[in-house]
Design a protein around this ligand. Structure first.
Ligand SMILES: Cc1cc2nc3c(=O)[nH]c(=O)nc-3n(C[C@H](O)[C@H](O)[C@H](O)COP(=O)(O)OP(=O)(O)OC[C@H]3O[C@@H](n4cnc5c(N)ncnc54)[C@H](O)[C@@H]3O)c2cc1C
Length: 378
């Protein structure tokens, strides 16, 4: 096996504390959260206290100024334990950077400390019923009226949507200008006219609160515009590589965990007088999976190393997202097969992980869109 060299002993100490935290505060409750469709709100505050949220944010806003690998550690441990209800990475590694990179100092001082403490849960609302892959087709509008923007429209499939206190909303400030007419707004969830629709019932990731959001004449101060009007699309393009990398990191950890569960299971389970793990088919499948996971691990670690230096480009991040999530789904499917009927039983982590994995090829930009991005750069 190729040893991982990316993480320092400090990162590994942090990993230990993250794992201990999750084993105590999340693992025993996740099954219940799957039934209710969202995680316990208090977990956000506990995670904030434990330094697990937005650790990368600068100290002036209350963060630890930690490098991206601390975020990677949280993603890896959450994924390894199959805690797919926990939307920490979206909050810390996807939403917070928009505020940090494009928000005014006033917005940063107002909101970032609350993101770090878990006092505010965040979401990002891009997708609409009629616009997913084709984000230029967003219909939600934001019209300047005096000192406020008035937002109208609806969003769907929004991760953390039900628990969110603060949402980045992608809206058109100039519908005739295409991509150049798109802007990003910070909207507090208790603003009049902002309604949360139903929590969506999903095939997997059942503890994740994925919701519809509705905006009817929602008035936000014009200061809540992130960066400049019309630059929203450019900001999205700038930030999406990190989102795609986070998905790839989670995919690899989930596949590694699945392989380990399957090794344990097939060594234990007997058929025709011997362990399932001793059949040549099983041995070859396990060998193939271990090899491909190893290849993926080296590639994704290298992407992380590049990202630390600010050198991960858009097509390479797209490669990581597409390839790692395809691998994850392939591995999960093989692992379910090797578990036999038990692999289809919800009480087995492998069954949950299999159901949870499928959406990884769809969100954060579908894998087809990733291939478009890669092909364009060739
Ligand atoms: C559980 C979950 C959580 C999500 N969380 C969020 C969130 O927090 N925030 C948010 O804004 N969105 C979120 N999404 C939405 C997600 O990003 C979109 O579903 C995704 O981008 C695809 O958009 P769509 O569903 O409209 O599919 P469509 O765009 O309609 O695509 C349908 C099919 O057509 C293919 N296709 C589309 N265009 C092309 C093309 N040019 N070339 C080739 N094939 C193409 C797609 O790849 C796909 O296979 C989430 C979705 C899910 C399911």
């Amino acid at each position: 096996m190729i040893p991982r060299t990316l993480f320092s002993s400090e990162h590994e100490l942090f990993r230990e504390s993250v794992r201990t935290f999750l084993e105590k505060h999340a693992v025993p409750f996740h099954g219940q959260w799957e039934k209710q469709g969202y995680i316990d709100r208090n977990l956000w505050n506990q995670a904030g206290e434990a330094g697990m949220l937005c650790s990368h944010l600068p100290e002036e806003y209350g963060g630890l100024g930690a490098d991206f690998l601390y975020s990677a550690v949280v993603i890896e441990e959450v994924s390894r334990l199959g805690l797919t209800g926990i939307g920490f990475s979206l909050h810390s590694d996807i939403v917070a950077p928009y505020i940090l990179h494009y928000g005014s100092e006033a917005l940063k001082h107002k909101y970032l400390p609350q993101l770090i403490s878990g006092e505010r849960v965040t979401a990002i609302a891009m997708t609409e019923p009629g616009a997913g892959s084709d984000l230029q087709g967003v219909k939600t509008s934001a019209v300047l009226d005096g000192d406020e923007y008035v937002i109208n429209g609806s969003k769907t499939f929004i991760t953390n949507g039900y628990l969110a206190d603060l949402v980045i909303v992608v809206a058109k400030t100039d519908p005739k200008a295409g991509a150049k007419g798109t802007s990003l707004f910070l909207v507090e969830a208790d603003t009049p006219g902002f309604d949360k629709g139903k929590r969506l019932e999903k095939v997997g990731m059942k503890a994740q609160d994925t919701s519809e959001l509705f905006f009817q004449d929602v008035r936000v101060p014009k200061e809540n515009l992130l960066g400049q009007a019309g630059m929203g699309f450019a900001y999205l393009m700038q930030e999406l590589p990190q989102e795609r990398l986070t998905v790839a990191i989670g995919a690899l950890s989930s596949a590694e965990a699945a392989l380990q569960w399957t090794l344990d299971y097939t060594r234990e389970r007997k058929a025709f007088g011997k362990a399932i793990a001793d059949f040549q088919n099983t041995r070859f499948k396990l060998a193939e999976m271990a090899t491909e996971i190893q290849i993926g691990r080296v590639f994704v670690d290298q992407c992380m190393a590049l990202h630390l230096e600010g050198k991960l480009d858009v097509p390479t991040a797209a490669m990581a997202k597409y390839w790692a999530t395809d691998l994850q789904c392939k591995v999960l499917d093989e692992c379910v097969q090797l578990h036999g009927g038990y692999g289809f039983m919800w009480e087995y982590p492998i069954a949950r992980a299999w159901a949870d994995a499928r959406v990884q090829r769809i969100y954060a930009g579908t894998n087809e869109i990733m291939k478009e991005i890669i092909a364009r750069a060739l």
